[in-house]
Design a protein around this ligand. Structure first.
Ligand SMILES: [Zn+2]
Ligand SMILES: [Zn+2]
Length: 138
């Protein structure tokens, strides 16, 4: 994928991308760093941040919009949506064909060109609902 985008595939980039692609939890840069620091000797957090930002600028990886200050990264760049737990910060994929068919707003403000969208739902994950004791039929 890197080669397709004209990006040299270094061992650092490969390891970071493989780690991100293998996960579905939309990790932060820090979480990626923790997971790969033993695989890449001497890698720094700064390097991980820089590699992830490079992937984002090349469209290989997306940042997930979420209410937290920390960026979450996603190796799945196809159109899909997310559910963020307000309690623990879990970010889950939401695949819904109906949500993928939304039309862009007709009134384009200030020449803005729409390219894509991703919906972020907020709520409580199963784990946090259980912990709060309010699991039950909706
Ligand atoms: Zn939760
Ligand atoms: Zn996702």
């Amino acid at each position: 994928m890197c080669r397709e985008h004209g990006l040299a595939l270094t061992i650092q980039r490969r390891t970071i991308l493989e780690e991100l692609a293998a996960r579905t939890d939309h990790p932060t840069a820090d979480q990626i760093y923790e997971a790969i620091k033993d695989l890449l000797k001497g890698v720094s957090k700064t390097t991980v941040y820089r590699v992830l930002e490079t992937f984002v600028s090349f469209g290989i990886v997306r940042k997930v919009s979420n209410p937290e200050a920390k960026a979450r990264f996603d190796a799945d760049t196809s159109r899909h949506h997310h559910a963020t737990c307000l309690h623990c910060g879990l970010v889950m994929d939401v695949h819904d064909q109906d949500l993928n068919k939304l039309k862009f707003p007709v009134h384009i403000v200030n020449g803005f060109e729409f390219v894509d969208y991703s919906i972020n739902f907020t709520g409580l994950c199963t784990h946090c609902r259980t912990a709060r004791g309010n699991v039950g039929p909706r």
